[in-house]
Design a protein around this ligand. Structure first.
Ligand code: HEM
Length: 211
């Protein structure tokens, strides 16, 4: 029997916690009356955390030389996408009762919403082609397609930033982190990091695909 590495199991456990917490709140009557906002914020925050974690894997491989970390990227990305889908569902269902007129008006009026939708739309082809089968079928085009993540992640941060919020600390932390992760993808910095850890650059080249 194939047992996945502990870090991959940890990713699955982390992904279950927010849903388990929501179920616990439901069964103990602890869910707040303003349910829509509670769930939108929870699922949005978790979705973004997973998305950025998936985006961090390639730079992390450059930094550590541990190419095997790549196996975590797919599950982090899938969970991120699932939570963002729940986030969108909570918005459309609990906040707007699937009133498409209302939703369209909101999308037109609030830039944060239209930018969030664009980020989500860019993630759809990535989520649909995450499997090994699609990776093989698309060949080089797979890497090109998955470069959409370079747009989707900053747009997600921008969505968060544009929300009408008093406290913007977290979004600034995310923004700084994403800038660092982008910088770590620059060839000169990648080479520098590879030199620092004094390994052969072979492993660095292996992780050249986006994500
Ligand atoms: C990749 C896509 C998206 C990501 C990563 C994302 C992430 C987030 C995050 C992190 C928050 C703030 C949570 C917090 O305060 O801790 C948020 C709030 C929110 N998002 Fe998204 N979101 C995305 C797409 C969307 C879309 C498409 C919609 C609806 C059209 C949407 C509607 C909202 C709303 C209404 C809030 C604010 C809730 C409130 O403060 O009352 N999001 N989102």
């Amino acid at each position: 029997m194939h047992i996945p590495p502990l870090r991959n199991i940890l990713v699955h456990i982390l992904a279950v916690v927010p849903l388990a917490l929501t179920a616990y709140e439901y069964f103990t009557g602890a869910l707040p009356i303003v349910l829509d906002r509670h769930l939108i914020i929870r699922f949005g925050a978790v979705g973004l955390a997973f998305l950025v974690a998936a985006f961090a894997i390639t730079p992390l491989i450059t930094l550590t030389g541990k190419a095997q970390l790549v196996t975590m990227r797919r599950s982090l990305g899938v969970y991120g996408f699932c939570y963002i889908t729940l986030h969108l569902l909570a918005y459309a269902w609990l906040s707007n009762y699937f009133d498409w007129g209302l939703i369209l008006r909101d999308l037109g009026e609030r830039r944060a919403m239209s930018i969030g939708l664009l980020a989500f739309a860019l993630l759809i082809p990535l989520a649909l082609t995450l499997t090994n089968g699609w990776q093989k079928r698309l060949g080089k085009r797979w890497k090109k397609l998955h470069r959409l993540v370079y747009i989707a992640v900053p747009l997600s941060i921008l969505h968060y930033f544009l929300l009408d919020r008093d406290i913007r600390d977290w979004v600034l932390v995310y923004a700084a982190l994403v800038v660092i992760l982008f910088l770590m993808r620059l060839p000169a910095i990648r080479r520098g990091l590879a030199r620092i850890r004094q390994r052969t650059p072979v492993i660095v080249n292996k992780s050249k695909d986006p994500g």
